[in-house]
Every structure is written in C-alpha cells, then in structure tokens.
Design a protein around this ligand. Sequence first.
Ligand code: SAM
Length: 267
Amino acid sequence: MSHDPSSTFDLNKPSPARMYDYFLGGKDNYAVDREAAAKVDAAVGKVMTHDIVWENRLFLQRATRFLAESGIDQFLDLGTGLPTRGNVHEIAQEVTPDAHVVYVDNDPIVLTHGRALLAKNATTTIITADVRDPAGILENPQLGELIDFSRPVGLLSVALFHFISDHEDPAGILRAFHERLCPGSYLVLSHLTTDGPSAEKIGQVTDAYKNATSPIVFRPRAEIESFFDGFDVQDPGLVRPWSWRPAYGESGPQTEYLYAAVARVNA
Ligand SMILES: C[S@@+](CC[C@H](N)C(=O)[O-])C[C@H]1O[C@@H](n2cnc3c(N)ncnc32)[C@H](O)[C@@H]1O
C-alpha cells in the first residue's frame, strides 16, 4: 500500500487533523470536517468532545514539560496536528531554549499552517510523512539535521495510534522507532480506549470517521499497554490522561475515553 502523504490532501474527505482542530475550537477546518465532527458531537456530546481533546492536549503539554525537565532536548512528535495553544516546541523551549523539535504529520495542511509559526525558529521543523513508513521518517535528511539518535530523544505519539489499523501493525511501527532510541529516551503515547465509553458511542464515533482519510480504532486497555513492550512505563503507569502527573501543568477535563503513559528506554 502506498503511504504517499501528498495523496491525503483531499478536501472531499474529512481529515482527522482538521476535525481535531475543530474540536479544540480552531478555525483551520472545512465543511466536510465539520459535518463529520458534528456526528461525533451528536454521539458523544459537544461538551464531552471538547473535554476529551483538551484532556489529551493538556497531557501532551505536561508530558513534554516532564521530558524537558528530565533533560530531553530533542523531540520527535509523530502525528502533530495543526498548531494550537501550547505546542511542543513552545513548551520544550521554555525549559531549554535551543531544544530541537521535529514535527511529523501525513496531512500536508499541518506544514502549510505550521510554516509561519516556525519561520523564525531555527531548531524546529515540520516533515510531511507517514508514520506507517517509519524507515522513511528515520532516514529523512531534515530529521537527521535536528535529531541525533546517539543521544536521548523524546518520541511523542499522542492521539495518533488510534488512526493506525491492526493490519497496519501499530506495534511493529513502534518497534521500528524503539530500535533507533538509545537508553534514556522516552515514549509518550495516548490512545482512545474501549474501556470506558459504551459500545454504542464507540460505534457512532467510528462511523463518523469511516470516510475520513484515516478511520479511527478504539482499543482495549491491554492492547494499548502492549504498545509499551520493551519500554519501562514510568509512574503513575497507563492512566487516564487527566490524572497523569498534574504537578507538571494544567490538567483540565476528566473523561473515560483515553489512556496515556510515558515510558523510558532503559539500558
Ligand atoms: C488527533 S490529532 C493529534 C494531534 C496531537 N498529537 C495531539 O495529541 O494534540 C492526530 C494527528 O495524527 C495525524 N495522523 C493520522 N494518521 C497519521 C499517519 N499515518 N502518519 C502521520 N500522521 C498521522 C493526523 O493528521 C492528525 O494531525
């Protein structure tokens, strides 16, 4: 199967990046995205969708601060999404002003909208590439300019892997990245789960994404846990994102739609 990201720029299909932007309250979305997002709002409730995305986004921010304060100064953020409040480079560079950040998203709109934000930031870049082709990302020369895999890296895959179907081998993709990470590196991951929402709601959300550029897949907690094989999951373990280390920043809404954890590569 081809994973040419240029083939995903399709204004006739809802895009997960633009739908997520809509749920966060952004303006970088189109009618086709809002129509699909309205189906999710109808199934789950508008307040709840807002809470789920902000619970996730605030987890991403706290985990980034935790990594930066733990000495990580290079970040590879897979499935970045459109720029919003509190982007990874902004948080990392508050702690370490010259922290290196490489953003990767297969939706070209992320590059289009992120370019202006990064125009004056020499240590941050955006690559349009597909996580289903880990070798293509790892061998990308732009990545090589900013990320040195002989030193610890913070690998972020926040609210990404529920857009990777089983036949696309999410665990295998994570293994390919894990192989390149040296001891002291971290994985940050959050994922929609079947352990919480009703089967009816899950069915309706899945249906709303069925014509999107990537379908969505909720997974049981045990399966999400298996994505951390080979990593050492840090305290407090795989938890609801709102409850993950509130001391590292704002934590906001509490839902039962996601699990999240931060894990370390040990020697
Ligand atoms: C829900 S957003 C999450 C954004 C951000 N990580 C966060 O948690 O706030 C998911 C992002 O993953 C991207 N994405 C989905 N499938 C992808 C793939 N196969 N390769 C790269 N990016 C992908 C989408 O375009 C979208 O921007």
